[in-house]
Design a protein around this ligand. Structure first.
Ligand SMILES: [Zn+2]
Length: 659
């Protein structure tokens, strides 16, 4: 007994970490917003602490919610429900388990509703349902993003079937935000289960989870008892959910506010432009260093990061050679926010001393001088052997999608998962800004090295990849943001699992989805455009093909082995298939060819990235002037024309490319 009394655990100044069990100094723990300095586990926060953590100082303004029936069933177990409620109110100072406020994040008005686990385990009863619904209705009236922070054991048993109905009530309110094009974001904290997990915690546009946060419909104990299954390690944790495509990203508590601020800003046009101005970006080039701001959550615990399995942590991958012997930091990292004002960008400016002149001055190169960079006349594309183009398109030093996202865009926030089963590493998608304006960016990712290629499945998307792309395309439509796709893939992944999961269906759905998208879509074939797996991202208003890129119904090797019975006949097949950019322009498949630096994009990736930026920006600015109906009809006619004999001859197309 005396031993117990003298143990430090009983001291108020010290406490035992709920995660690792180590003794930690309480003040230090509180200062770190209840994140353990030893094991990085995220402890519980009250609703008021959450509000203070996430909103701009002094911006919170309470939203009054309507009163709800206090005890609809006159429920009694060992005590009656009103007595338990009175206890919870006394302990927490809250009237129920949710707080609902208006406020600002980085100056952007938002509506925030937060669940507090201390009050009846954050359970969903009428009062919580009312708070979430009122928050959604306020967000609708204000046209302000809605942020929901959940921590809940599920529906509140004491309110019976009326608690269950709160799931439907809140979902209706969120559905109206979908119709109105208002962004919704869920922040999942530990633990989030049952009716909350199966409604507003996961039915938002974007789902962020804190490291280690558990979310599920049925709790692990229920599963073990009913089914008797052995649960895998890390079951239902944020890391498990990310790997299974259920959430967009994992965010450490100390970067959560910054991440949310960037997300809400990306979807608010004026705010995004303000932030772009604040960040002091170079408007002439906008090249930004790639792997910046890798949040500590990706380096804290093994297996707790927002990365793909096997992804090196906090690594700036380097693969592109701008000049012989000089490396350009242009690799990328999953789940990063690219900031244009990074020190890396400044280093690059010092290193190369010419970023500000890009890309127009590129044409000063003597051999290119007479040519504009974007060519719409097929005769202006230098005659090339298509097989040479195939080889150039596969050159490992060419900028990859992540390089373009890092260099050509001002900012990119990668989102993960198909919300179904998986997160495909070959397909990268997220919210970005191009020339200060928000867009959705989607692309296939290969890599510069064997390790990168393996990590990204050689750039061959699985059905989960196409479903992630489709999810982001729908988000673009909801938020009225243009879509930019970057295509460099040998094709959709040809594997047993891919077939089992409906590869053909996923591609077919993507084609139809993009056909009906009523926002501008620009596709850039940056390397290989491999068949249906490429076309799934290629149904666009404008298709831009890089000079050395290729686009083909089948790989030349595949064609050669089928028709020539000899894969070595690939060069002949490439010529016969007319896969080169000049031919694509002539056939109307490409609207324009983007000339590459002398020797190809891999000789000067920085210049190439600048050219793509300029060309896509110009195309989007033309397309933004069109109404959704005009866009839709023009896109329909663009693809309707393929293969038809027209009065202008077989090579004519209906589109008028802009350049
Ligand atoms: Zn700990």
């Amino acid at each position: 007994m005396t031993i117990l009394e003298t143990r430090p655990a009983t001291s108020n100044a010290w406490m035992r970490c709920p995660g690792c069990g180590d003794m930690i100094y309480r003040k230090r723990y509180d200062r770190a917003d209840r994140v353990c300095p030893e094991c990085d586990s995220h402890g519980p926060l009250t609703a008021d602490e959450r509000i203070a953590l996430l909103l701009d100082a002094d911006s919170a303004e309470q939203i009054v919610t309507a009163p709800t029936i206090p005890d609809p069933l006159r429920f009694t177990d060992t005590r009656d429900y009103p007595a338990r409620l009175a206890d919870a109110r006394r302990r927490t100072g809250m009237s129920d388990a949710a707080r609902c406020v208006r406020g600002r994040m980085g100056g952007v008005p938002v509506v925030l509703v937060v669940l507090d686990f201390r009050f009846f385990g954050g359970s969903l009863g009428a009062a919580v349902g009312e708070a979430v619904t009122t928050a959604a209705e306020t967000a609708l009236a204000d046209r302000a993003p809605l942020v929901i922070v959940s921590a809940s054991g599920g529906a509140r048993m004491q309110e019976g079937i009326l608690a269950l109905m709160q799931m439907a009530k809140t979902s209706h309110a969120l559905q109206r935000l979908d119709e109105a094009g208002v962004l919704t974001v869920s922040v999942v904290t530990d633990p989030t289960y049952g009716g909350v997990a199966a409604s507003f915690a996961t039915s938002t546009d974007i789902i962020i989870a804190e490291p280690g946060a558990r979310l599920g419909f049925a709790g692990p104990r229920v599963i073990a008892q009913t089914i008797g299954e052995t649960l895998p390690e890390g079951f239902q944790t944020a890391e498990f959910l990310l790997a299974h495509g259920c959430i967009d990203l994992i965010c450490h508590r100390n970067t959560l506010r910054d991440r949310l601020t960037r997300l809400v800003a990306t979807t608010v046009r004026e705010a995004a432009e303000d932030i772009a101005a604040q960040s002091n970006m170079s408007t002439t080039m906008g090249f930004c260093e790639s792997s910046v701001n890798v949040s500590p959550d990706t380096s804290a615990q093994p297996g707790s990061s927002a990365e793909m399995p096997g992804e090196p942590r906090a690594t700036i991958a380097v693969g592109m050679q701008a000049e012989p012997g000089s490396e350009v930091a242009a690799g990328f990292h999953d789940d990063v926010v690219v900031q244009p004002d990074s020190s890396g960008a400044r280093d690059m400016v010092e290193q190369f001393g010419r970023l500000g002149e890009m890309p127009e001055d590129e044409s000063a190169d003597a051999s290119r001088q007479p040519d504009p960079l974007v060519v719409t006349d097929p005769d202006s594309v230098a005659e090339r052997d298509p097989w040479e183009c195939v080889r150039a398109a596969r050159e490992l030093g060419r900028p990859t999608t992540l390089d373009y996202l890092a260099g050509a865009f001002d900012e990119f926030i990668e989102l993960h998962g198909d919300r179904l089963a998986a997160d495909c590493p070959a397909l990268i998608a997220g919210l970005a800004r191009l020339d200060g304006k928000p867009v959705v960016a989607i692309g296939t990712q290969k890599g510069h090295t064997a390790a990168e290629l393996t990590r990204h499945n050689y750039g061959m998307p699985t059905p989960a990849g196409y479903r992630k792309a489709a999810r982001l395309a729908r988000l673009a439509a909801k938020l009225e943001l243009p879509v930019v796709t970057l295509i460099d893939t040998a094709g959709a992944y040809p594997g047993v699992a891919a077939e089992e999961n409906g590869q053909a269906v996923a591609i077919a759905e993507s084609l139809k989805l993009f056909a009906g998208l009523d926002v501008p879509v620009v596709a850039v074939i940056t390397g290989e455009g491999g068949s249906g797996g490429a076309l799934a991202l290629g149904v666009a208003d404008r298709v831009l093909v890089c000079e050395n890129a290729v686009y083909s119904v089948i790989s030349p090797e595949g064609c050669a082995s089928i028709l020539w019975k000899d894969a070595a006949a690939a060069p002949r097949a490439a010529r016969a298939l007319r896969v080169d950019s000049g031919s694509l322009l002539r056939l109307g498949v490409a609207d324009a060819v983007l000339l590459e630096p002398p020797g190809g994009a891999h000789r000067d990736p920085v210049a190439m990235i600048g050219r793509v930026r300029t060309a896509v920006t110009r195309m989007l600015s033309t397309l933004r002037a069109l109404s959704p109906d005009e866009l839709s009809e023009a896109r329909y006619q663009r693809f309707r024309a393929f293969g038809r004999v027209s009065a202008d001859g077989p090579d004519a197309t209906t589109t008028t490319p802009d350049a």
